[in-house]
Design a protein. Sequence first.
Length: 164
Amino acid sequence: MKSVRYISNVQHSAKRRSQARRGSGSSFVELTVAVGIITAMTIFAVDSCLVMVAYGVNDRACRDAARAAAQGADKSQALNLAKAATDMHDFLSNVIDQPTIDESTFTYETDPATGQPHVTVTTRTTVKVPAPVFLMGAKISDDRLSVASQYTFPIVNLDLETSS
């Protein structure tokens, strides 16, 4: 009777080992899929963080440029003050470029509806994303993404003789 029981226990333990091996194979597949998903999420998070840092740098540069341009007495002086303010935001990085002023949208004028003088400054910067992620067919060319900000401030230092 003891020998039959012993053989039965050996068969059960062999069966448990084969089931454990089958389970570990599926665990390996699950681990591989999970690592792939986590890697994709990490790459997307790094790209998103870099874009958000570039947006923050550009936004601060635009705000400071508009504030400096509001101190100008005329359009050329306001533009020079805005350029000087953006030069202060030199972000030493090979990933995020220094913000630049978009001169085509730079305005220094009096609003005809309200009669209030104002200056509008737009700055742009580009960020190089290390691993571009393509979502729903959107494609980033040359791994570079452009970020823009625009601020409008009232003109503070207005020369009344030239503006009337």
